[in-house]
Design a protein around this ligand. Structure first.
Ligand code: KE4
Length: 426
């Protein structure tokens, strides 16, 4: 990387673990060291050494409007001048909550928190409090934030109990977490037959976005809805990525399957730290102070963060860019497929709305096990070759690429030209 990025990285590593505040940013999956960003504008980011890149990471999803959208910046600045935090109810919390309730079909009531992790952690506590049951079912390859008992990996044995996926999580914390396979409804059915009245909830990314992008097969989400209803467990959709991304109403609107609790984040905060969990009133009223399930947060509902989210949702609702976003993402995927085919490099490109992933494997990629067949070494070479040609894809094979409103057709064409050059190099 450039001289200033390298100097900053050296300094960072002296005071921040790995020089970063979130592991993926350290480029561990692709090698090398990260660039440091100076600013972002529209679909481009500019590093501290004067290089610019078309950005398909978009801060890992939040920036569906692109960087520094003028209307968002202007409103956030106006609100911040009146004070940044009160710990006292304010109108902006109500306005954003009303916007969420109006947008997300299954949500009648919502609680704001400060991250996706807080949202999923709180949603599961609520599901356990509501059902009086302990066990949680999650899918291998789905990521729901760094909640202790969700940082688990499949243990041995047929019906897989979770085992800690990281040091620092006691065995006991993982004992109530059960793992099943995405797009394999039989594995879920078998688990419920065995643990029926012990399972509080199933949590799922309705479109997998943390193993690359893996869409739900027809009938999969519907199957989860039916099984959880039959056994009295709650269905939690982790829509931290898909919320306001795959449609204004999220995956539940796109696929017409209604969960009991929805977790939101990323786009909801418009680039500020916001998470949320919501559902029908009779569930959400179990949350303190109306109910016994405790959850709290100093900066939850922070007015400046609310302002960023509210303006973002207002623009999405006003301009309805979803058709255009999907067209741009499809164009990129279609043309990329041709380029890779012309070079004889086997890839599978999965795309849902404006989130997609180029898997370096023959495919198809329908499951997490399929995704793991990807050639991560070749992906790393592709990542660096694209960066050198002015395009920033995720520094990991197992992340999503996002198109924003700010990506123009000429930016997509620039990306395809960069891809043509990159494929010659790898
Ligand atoms: P945060 O706590 O990072 O705000 O959200 C956790 C989370 C929950 N659910 C889903 C579906 C998520 O994708 C995430 C976080 N996503 C990752 C990237 N795929 C964040 C990037 C990072 O960890 O630095």
């Amino acid at each position: 990387m450039g001289v200033r990025s390298e100097e900053l990285y050296r300094r960072a590593c002296r005071v921040l673990p790995g020089g970063v505040n979130s592991p993926v940013r350290a480029f561990g999956s692709v090698g090398g060291t990260p660039f440091f960003v100076e600013r972002g504008e529209g679909c481009r980011i500019y590093d501290v050494d004067g290089n610019s890149y078309i950005d398909y990471v978009c801060s890992w999803g939040p920036l569906i409007l692109g960087h520094a959208h003028p209307e968002v910046i202007s409103f956030v600045s106006e609100v911040a001048k009146k004070g940044t935090s009160f710990g006292i109810p304010c109108e902006l919390e109500v306005l954003l909550a009303e916007a969420v309730v109006e947008a997300v079909p299954s949500v009648e009531m919502v609680r704001f928190v400060n991250s996706g992790t807080e949202a999923t952690m709180s949603a599961i506590r609520l599901a356990r409090g509501y059902t009086g049951r302990d066990k949680v079912v999650k899918f291998e390859g789905c990521y729901h934030g760094h909640v202790d008992y969700l940082l688990v990996k499949a243990g041995s044995g047929v019906l897989t109990f979770g085992i800690p996926g990281t040091p620092g999580v006691p065995e006991e914390f993982a004992q109530h977490t059960l793992l099943v396979k995405f797009n394999d409804i039989a594995s879920v059915e078998a688990l419920f037959e065995k643990y029926s009245d012990q399972i509080a909830c199933v949590i799922v990314e309705p479109v997998m976005g943390n193993a690359g992008v893996i869409p739900p097969e027809k009938g999969f989400l519907e199957g989860l809805r039916e099984i959880t209803s039959n056994y009295g467990a709650l269905l939690i959709f982790d829509e931290v990525i898909t919320g306001f991304r795959v449609s204004y109403g999220g995956a539940q609107e796109r696929f017409c399957v209604m969960p009991d609790i929805t977790c939101l984040g990323k786009i909801l905060g418009g680039g500020f730290p916001v998470g949320a969990y919501g559902g029908r009133k009779e569930v959400m009223e179990k949350v303190a102070p109306t109910g016994p399930v405790y959850q709290a947060g100093t900066l939850s509902g922070n007015p400046v963060a609310m302002a960023a989210g509210l303006k973002t949702l207002e623009i999405l609702k006003r301009d309805n860019p979803y058709g255009e976003l999907e067209e741009k993402a499809s164009y990129l995927a279609r043309e990329a497929k041709k380029l890779f085919a012309s070079k004889g490099i086997p890839v599978t490109i999965n795309s849902v709305a404006s989130m997609s992933c180029i898997f370096f494997t023959e495919g198809p990629v329908r499951t997490y096990d399929d995704a793991l067949k990807s050639d991560t070494g070749l992906y790393a070479k592709f990542f660096w070759a694209m960066l050198k040609n002015g395009v920033y894809f995720a520094p990991s094979q197992f992340e999503a690429a996002f198109v924003s409103v700010a990506h123009s057709t000429s930016d997509i064409d620039f990306t395809l030209e960069a891809m043509e050059k990159a494929l010659k190099e790898i």
